[in-house]
Design a binder for this molecule. Structure first.
Ligand SMILES: [Ca+2]
Length: 308
């Protein structure tokens, strides 16, 4: 089996309360990291934290915790961007510098499961390193502006958070010509984690138990929205890196278009935002992952519950 050298860039927020409104933060980055820690064909060269689901200091602390307590070998962890890229004042950070050094040594696949700010800054500061990036795998995008990210049955639409929080980072990647693979809501909305899955996780190793415990309030939040479970968005991207044969994709072209913000109820064309749209007639080539193989759920649970 060929070993893949990867870098993880994450806005890990397992167990955090939201800093902007009521409720808990997403736990999905935790599933992605745990799955990669357990995979035999993956060599993780570094983990960088980025803002997004939570604030940068919390994401960084959680990256350190997961690396120290749950990884087979200790993986170096770096603190990255705390805000979106400001084109008027582009500053590097510890994570970008470490990623640059790692890319000078090895060609890497980058799993960017938060806003892509660190990758964007890297490509602005070190444009020549684009050739060392094998692929960037991200969680973002949709086909049409009316493909809403419906959560539960109460009319709530989720944001395309990673893209919404830093549009520039995506543009920079596209313009740098790096290979971009997207695992958007379209694919993750077909995969559910339910109460019985948390029980199975809770029977496993320390990392599994920690994740199961902190997933319960997140699951309860989805159930209260009228869903049967939650979609573990980021784990589709990690799964694609570990076992691409389980993920169904097509080659499309991405573009940015401005439309009314669908996450605001009764938006009378007052608030607009960029959408990352993927179709045949866009501008930038992307691999667009849109479905999973039959019996995917079993494969996912096996990958998460197996022994390290
Ligand atoms: Ca994430």
């Amino acid at each position: 089996m060929e070993t893949k050298n990867i870098w993880i860039d994450t806005d890990l927020s397992v167990g955090m309360k939201r800093h902007i409104r009521e409720g808990y933060c997403d736990v999905d980055d935790g599933y992605a990291l745990l799955q990669l820690f357990k995979a035999e064909n993956i060599d993780i060269k570094g983990i960088s934290a980025v803002f997004g689901n939570t604030q940068i200091d919390d994401a960084y602390r959680l990256c350190q915790k997961m690396s120290t307590e749950f990884a087979k070998n200790k993986i170096p962890v770096y603190k990255g961007a705390g805000t979106a890229i400001d084109l008027q004042n582009v500053e590097s950070n510890e994570a970008v510098e470490a990623l640059a050094e790692a890319l000078k040594k090895d060609e890497l696949t980058i799993l960017a499961i938060g806003p892509a700010s660190n990758v964007g800054i890297l490509l602005l500061k070190y444009p020549e390193l684009n050739k060392q990036i094998k692929e960037v795998v991200l969680v973002a995008g949709r086909r049409n502006p009316t493909d809403y990210f419906r959560i539960g049955n109460q009319g709530n639409h989720a944001r395309d958070l990673n893209f919404d929080l830093d549009n520039h980072a995506f543009n920079i990647m596209f313009e740098a010509g790096v290979a971009v693979t997207l695992c958007p809501f379209e694919i993750s909305s077909k995969v559910w984690v339910k109460g019985e899955d948390l029980k199975a996780l809770d029977n496993g190793e320390a990392g599994n138990q920690w994740l199961a415990e902190h997933s319960q309030p997140w699951l309860d939040q989805w159930l209260s929205q009228g869903a049967d479970g939650f979609n573990p968005f980021d784990v589709l991207a990690s799964h694609y890196i570990i076992s691409p044969e389980d993920i169904i994709s097509e080659d499309l072209k991405a573009e940015l278009q401005i439309h009314p913000d669908d996450t605001i109820k009764e938006n009378e064309r007052n608030v607009f935002k960029n959408y990352l749209l993927c179709h045949k007639d866009g501008t930038y080539p992307v691999k667009y992952c849109h479905d999973v193989v039959p019996n995917y759920h079993k494969k996912l649970m096996n990958s998460l519950t197996k022994k390290s």
